[in-house]
Write a protein that binds this ligand. Structure first.
Ligand code: PXG
Length: 297
C-alpha cells in the first residue's frame, strides 16, 4: 500500500498528496515545520516537538487551526496508518493558499501536512569513527533579520552552507554567527567538551533550540558534567577535547576533525560516547505509544 499522507484532516495516498501552488509555503517559504522520530513503536519527545511547532507558528503570526492535543493525535495516527514503528515524521504548517502578494492576511486557511516515512541514517561508520567537518564561509543569518530559533520553511541560509559542504565533499559544515562565534550545523546543534565541561552556544545567537540538544544537556548533567550555554570561538572549537553534533535525524554525531585540526585523539571521546549510550537507551524506552493497526483496518 502506498504511503498515506495527512493533509488538512484527511489522508491521501502519496501520489495524490498535493497542495496548492498558491500556498504561501510554496510561494514564499511562509510556514513552520518539525522533524520528529519514532523508535520501536513510540514517538520520541512528541510534546516537546509540538510545543516548538506552536512557538514557531506564534513567532511568525500563524494561527494553527487545531489544538496541541489534536496535532499530537495527527502524528500518532499518521504513523499508525502506515504501520510504521521506526519513522521520520515531518509536520508542516504553511500559511495556506492566498494571492500572489506577501500579505499573510490573504491566506485564511493554513495547510497542515504530516508525512511519516522510513528514516535514512548516516552509516554506522560515522558514529564509530567520527565525522570530519569544515567551517562554512556562509554565516548564519543574524537573529535581527531571521532567527533560526523559528523552525521556519526558510532554510536557504542552511542550504547555502550545505551546498558548500557537498561541493567540498563533507557531510556537514559548522556555521558561525556574523561576529564569528560558533553557532550550529546546517541541521544540527553543536557541543564542545573542554576539561570535563560540556558547552553549547546559547539560543539567543539565533539558533534552533534543538530537542536533541536539550536531551544531551540533561544527560550530561545527569552524568555529573557541568553544562553551560556559552558563546565560544573557532579557537575554542579547534582546541576542544571533544566535539559533537546533535539532531533528530543524526542523533549524536562525534566530530573528530574541524578544518584539518584533529579533535582530541582523533576518535570519539569518552563524554560523547557516554552521552550517546544513554541517549540510545532513552530512545528505546521512552515516548508516546503508536497503536498497532487493528486487523482488517
Ligand atoms: N539546528 C537546525 C538549524 C536544525 O534545522 C537542529 C538544529 C537540531 O534540532 P533537533 O530538535 O532536531 O534536535 C535542526 C534540526 C535533516 C534536517 O534532514 C534536520 C532539521 C531540519 C531539516 C532537515 O537532517 N532540523
Amino acid at each position: 500500500m502506498s504511503l498515506q499522507v495527512y493533509i488538512n484532516g484527511r489522508f491521501y495516498p502519496k501520489e495524490e498528496a498535493k497542495v496548492s501552488v498558491f500556498d504561501h509555503g510554496f510561494l514564499y517559504g511562509d510556514g513552520v515545520f518539525e522533524g520528529i522520530r519514532a523508535y520501536g513503536g513510540r514517538v520520541w519527545k512528541l510534546e516537546e516537538h509540538i510545543d516548538r511547532l506552536y512557538d514557531s507558528a506564534k513567532s511568525v503570526w500563524l494561527e494553527i487551526p487545531m489544538t496541541k492535543a489534536e496535532m499530537q493525535q495527527v502524528v500518532v495516527e499518521t504513523c499508525a496508518r502506515n504501520g510504521l514503528r521506526d519513522a521520520y515524521i515531518r509536520l508542516v504548517v504553511s500559511r495556506g493558499p492566498g494571492d500572489l502578494g506577501l500579505d499573510p492576511r490573504k491566506c485564511p486557511q493554513p495547510t497542515v501536512v504530516c508525512i511519516a516515512d522510513r528514516i535514512a541514517l548516516y552509516p554506522d561508520e560515522v558514529y564509530e569513527a567520527g565525522m570530519k567537518v569544515v567551517t562554512s564561509p556562509v554565516r548564519r543569518s543574524p537573529p535581527a533579520a531571521h532567527s533560526f530559533q523559528v523552525k521556519s520553511l526558510n532554510y536557504l541560509n542552511s542550504i547555502y552552507a550545505k551546498i558548500l559542504a557537498v561541493q567540498l565533499g563533507y557531510p556537514e559544515v559548522v556555521m558561525l554567527s556574523s561576529e564569528g562565534y560558533v553557532v550550529e550545523g546546517t541541521g544540527d546543534n553543536i557541543f564542545i567538551v573542554k576539561k570535563g565541561r560540556v558547552i553549547t552556544p546559547p539560543t539567543y545567537l539565533g539558533i534552533l533550540p534543538g530537542i536533541t540538544r536539550a536531551v544531551a544537556m540533561e544527560i550530561a548533567r545527569d552524568c555529573g558534567y557541568p553544562v553551560a550555554e556559552e558563546i565560544f570561538t573557532l579557537h575554542d572549537l579547534y582546541t576542544a577535547d571533544e566535539v559533537f553534533l546533535t539532531g533528530t535525524a543524526a542523533e549524536i554525531v562525534p566530530v573528530v576533525e574541524v578544518d584539518g585540526r584533529r579533535i582530541g585523539e582523533g576518535s570519539p571521546g569518552p563524554v560523547t560516547r557516554q552521552i550517546t549510550r544513554r541517549f540510545r537507551e532513552r530512545t528505546q524506552t521512552e515516548g508516546t505509544p503508536i497503536p498497532l493497526p487493528v486487523q482488517g483496518d
